[in-house]
Design a protein around this ligand. Sequence first.
Ligand code: DGY
Length: 348
Amino acid sequence: MPKPRVFVTRHLPGDALDQLADKAEIAVWRNALPPGRDELVQEVARSDGVLTLLSDRIDDELLDRATRLLVVSNMATGFDNIDVVAASRRIVLVTRTPGVLSATTAEYTIALMFAAARRVVEGDRLVRSGEWKTWGPEVLLGRDLSGAMLGIIGMGGIGREVARRARALGMRVVYFSRNRKPGLERRHRMSFLRLDELLRESDFVSLHAPLTSETRHIIDDETLALMKSTAILVNTARGPLVDQGALYRALSLGRIAGAALDVTDPEPLEPNDPLLGLPNVIVTPHIASASVATRSRMGRLAVENLLEALAGRVPKHAVNRDIVRPWRERVRKSGVAILGDMIERQPD
Ligand code: DGY
């Protein structure tokens, strides 16, 4: 029986691809830029599994052509690039890589909070431009994190790691999420607030919610108007959580003090995007999880999820578990060489 064919949409750091190459016939897209639409559709149509990144759009039209496809393994904790309903309709399993990036993403969130509050990027620009003349008691005054109130929107794996670090820095922490988490409230000495209360009270607002129809533009003209004029908005989750036109208005009119965005809508922003003309905005290229160790772990977990699925087993990080029964039946009938017990999992 032939080995299953897997398409990987970019080269991955670490040894993840070696593990995959042992067990499957793999085709890797080796360019720095993602495959174009046609290439993606054609490659996926010829594959039993695909390892995707958040820049690959897996939609109804593509899935319609992918009659062999059994699993989409997304190397990300978010999966808004995949039409999961369309995948479920075609009995294709979707998996993701939560957990392994939470600490690294939380560290970067804190780094952005410091950078915005202490005006690190403005300081760097001042020195490079030659405009900095002398130490001065009023040069680039910023704000302290210690003692400030942090409002976290979304209390999943990353939100809780941010809360832990913020508490260690002496911040007060409040949060808003779909469900209350009493255990975490006790552990991190933080309280739950309604969204409007959180926005009114916080000195820093940090977004950690998934992108869904409910959370799209959760930060808009109305919610920005509730924030303190001294507040800083941080987004390391997904760009479309923020209505960027509204953010531009709030920042340019001084309704809030600053923003630090690792994610935008679109990515990248056009170089002439008005946000980039504002001094009180920091924008970075979606790198919150980009440490050597974490990106290697994400790659390995994405490969493990894929191999588990191609062994006919339901990976721990499957998103659409409701299709498990018919999916198992599809795998059985598919004729791919089931990989058996050949997979070593990394510890969580
Ligand atoms: C994710 O995993 O969803 C992150 O955005 C990747 O950095």
